[in-house]
Design a protein around this ligand. Structure first.
Ligand code: SF4
Length: 357
């Protein structure tokens, strides 16, 4: 079997002194910020803003216990940091994900204590999302420092960071949940307004596998099997055979994408079948989320047991995102035999329910 890249590694854990040096280095880098491939060169500490709009502050705009991660990572305690280097028109976390001012200011010692408490109560990982968490590398290092580097950090990333960020986080991050969004630069430029995407993302992905476990995720966009999924699967099969790959075929258009002629629709059954055929022929360890994947909900408080984010689409239907496992059977019961629901394997991450009359 080819090499696996998705098992937790045991990279050298940084000493307390090394963590302090890294944190200070990250703070210095904010003064001439080139933390991602935009390389803006602005002074974030002095309040100058680059493409992401972030200052030196980090803010949490939501956090909760979730079962919407891979089985070995659940229950995960999800923490969302605002501010992003991308502007994907289909982002289901917009507008908060793009807003550096959304949410509560992070005080590292206090947040570290809360996250450690979540781990003590059973969270298998601290899943940091956004936005793009690696733009907050100084905060991630401060959290690691405040917990003697004991937090099981899983970073959801768009892979557009500067390589030095991966160096700074080596031995601190246990998992990268790498969202490989596009298979070619033209799609990245048109849909997310980012240049040079494939070169940057692929180089960073290779580097990430040397310091942490990596699971690549891909949201299948309507009409993007040939232009995006095919080159992604081909390159990953050659470069990182045995890599864990999670396909999300259950894309639901929200926000600007819902009225976009290209993105304002669901994937067709035919496209999903072609995507799965590509994966069957690949050298990846792949899966799609399924309705059967349930998880116990013991240990949560009432507020944590059942959560979902609900939006009403322009088409008049109700969309539920960020589902807790406990809500899945309820949604399934509400939409028995729904053809769209049945066609989509991704209901764990994003389920659709017909309007209740
Ligand atoms: S993190 Fe990236 S987008 Fe933000 S200021 Fe720095 S280089 Fe620019």
């Amino acid at each position: 079997m080819p090499q696996a890249h998705s098992q937790p590694l045991d990279p050298a854990r940084p000493t307390a002194q090394s963590l302090e040096r890294r944190r200070l280095a990250a703070r210095r880098m904010l003064r001439d910020c080139r933390l991602c491939a935009w390389r803006c060169g602005v002074d974030r500490v002095a309040g100058q803003r680059g493409k992401c709009g972030l200052s030196a502050e980090s803010r949490v705009y939501k956090h909760y216990l979730s079962y919407n991660e891979e089985p070995e990572l659940v229950p995960a305690y999800r923490v969302f940091l605002g501010g992003c280097s991308f502007r994907c028109s289909f982002c289901d976390e917009a507008p908060q994900a793009f807003d550096p001012g959304a949410g509560e200011l992070v005080v590292p010692a206090a947040l570290a204590e809360a996250l450690q408490r979540a781990v003590t109560r059973g969270a298998q990982c601290i899943s940091v999302l956004g936005g793009e968490p690696t733009l907050h590398v100084h905060t991630l290092l401060a959290l690691a420092q405040a917990t003697d580097n004991r937090l099981p950090l899983a970073i959801n990333t768009n892979l557009y960071m500067s390589p030095v960020v991966l160096d700074l986080l080596s031995g601190v991050v246990g998992w990268y949940l790498a969202d490989l969004k596009f298979g070619q630069d033209a799609c990245a430029a048109r849909i997310a307004r980012i240049p040079d995407y494939t070169r940057v993302a692929r180089a960073n992905l290779l580097q990430a596998t040397r310091s942490a476990a990596v699971i690549v995720r891909h949201v299948l966009l309507p009409g993007h099997v040939e232009c995006c999924l095919r080159p992604i699967v081909r390159w990953l099969s050659d470069a990182l055979p045995g890599l864990r790959f999670q396909l999300y075929p259950g894309y639901v258009p929200v926000g600007p994408a819902s009225v976009d002629p290209e993105l304002g629709r669901l994937n067709t059954r035919r496209d999903v079948a072609r995507a799965i055929a590509l994966l069957r022929d690949s050298r990846l360890v792949w899966q799609t989320p399924t309705l059967d994947r349930s998880a116990p909900v013991a240990g949560g408080t009432g507020a944590e047991v059942g959560t979902a984010r609900v939006t009403i689409g322009r088409d008049g239907r109700i969309y539920c995102h960020d589902l807790s496992a406990s809500l899945l059977p309820i949604l399934h019961a509400l939409a028995p035999g729904d053809p769209v629901l049945a066609a989509r394997a991704d209901v764990q991450a994003c389920a659709e329910v017909p309007h209740c009359e």
